[in-house]
Write a protein that binds this ligand. Structure first.
Ligand SMILES: [Fe+2]
Length: 346
């Protein structure tokens, strides 16, 4: 077959002089252009924005050159981003979902919470927030259920202790913010469920203990009727997430953690569509005896680091000030609070 263009000698585009072979080298483009764009940044720009944007411009220009991105391809990308924006609202975050399917949220989670110490013990591992958290989940009594109007499903009792990861001491006044899907795989804001169904906040007493009833989680597909779904299809991938329950655990003076626990028996543990599974977050739901309200149970302790210890052991993450901003009730948009929670906002 003689039509295949080699890496070095591709067919000639319009306007190319006859006989001149195109050599595919990124350095055949204007060598000064990218630096010129970066240098237009003004003197009032903050050091962090200056650094991050210079890097972003450099990488995205290199990406365009290396892949010889055409105008049509770039416009397809622009339309993809615009569509994600149009689809996003108070109850759906398509931009975040697109980041999730390319592993970006999980990578940023790893970077944000990296433990560089060689401590014997470590705080509970973190996992992505995901697009379905709500800042205004109701406070519920310890031991109550978060399940409303759902007779089906495997009702489950979860209990444990929130403790200091170094001393093992229980933490009083720790708050657990928990949420998961209904048996049909949908979060309450995705359909007509009772408002705040399958989510709630619990506060520990002196013994640091928590307990509540929920459902044993099931695996579910992330919404694939938008750009994130299109991307998955382009990449020949499935949209499934392994069964999980989301938690944000916070306490005064402690660095909050955003995490998920995963059911060991789920078939999608090794191929989570958003790459969030960590070994230490895989749990065993056991049969529960003698409780008419639940068929399964789970015991799971959460280990938090104080801001002081986190600093000492180089745990990167949200500052104390940002964490406290994220736990105020009601005020500010959900996205704003989420950004504060993960320490990503300036
Ligand atoms: Fe989820």
């Amino acid at each position: 077959m003689n039509g295949a263009a080699s890496h070095e000698t591709r067919s000639q585009p319009n306007g190319t002089p006859k006989g001149s072979a195109i050599v595919r080298r990124t350095n055949r483009f204007d060598p000064n252009f990218t630096q010129h764009v970066i240098d237009t940044t003004g003197p009032k720009t903050s050091p962090r924005i200056r650094k991050v944007m210079a890097s972003l411009i450099q990488h995205i220009h290199d990406f365009a050159r290396e892949n010889e991105v055409t105008v049509d391809e770039w416009m397809a990308g622009v339309e993809f981003i615009n569509e994600a924006g149009r689809m996003s609202n108070d109850v759906r975050n398509e931009g975040q979902l697109v980041c999730d399917v390319i592993g970006l949220e999980s990578l940023v989670d790893e970077i944000t919470y990296k433990l560089v110490s060689e401590a014997d013990s470590a705080p509970t591992a973190t996992a992505i927030l995901g697009p379905f958290w709500r800042a205004d989940a109701p406070r519920r009594d310890m031991g109550a259920t978060i399940v409303q109007n759902i007779p089906d499903g495997d009702h489950t009792f979860i209990q444990g202790i929130v403790k200091d990861y170094l001393t093992g001491e229980p933490i009083e006044g720790a708050e657990l913010d928990v949420w998961h899907t209904a048996p049909n795989g949908l979060y309450e804001q995705q359909e007509n469920q009772v408002e705040h169904n399958l989510r709630g906040r619990f506060t520990t007493g002196k013994d640091g203990r928590y307990s509540f009833y929920c459902l044993r989680p099931i695996s579910y597909p992330i919404p694939d009727d938008g750009p994130a779904g299109k991307l998955l299809k382009l990449l020949d991938r499935h949209p499934m997430r392994p069964a999980h329950i989301h938690f944000i655990v916070s306490a005064p003076k402690y660095k909050p953690i955003v995490t998920q626990v995963f059911d060991r028996r789920d078939e999608h543990l090794a191929n989570d569509s958003v790459f969030a599974v960590k070994d230490s977050l895989i749990v065993d739901f056991l049969p529960r005896e003698g409780d008419p309200k639940a068929q399964f149970e789970l015991a799971y302790d959460f280990r938090l680091a104080t801001f002081e210890d986190a600093k000492k052991y180089s745990l990167v993450g949200p500052t104390e000030e940002k964490a406290s901003q994220s736990t105020v009730d009601g005020n500010g948009s959900r996205n704003e609070q989420a950004l504060n929670m993960i320490g990503a906002k300036e």
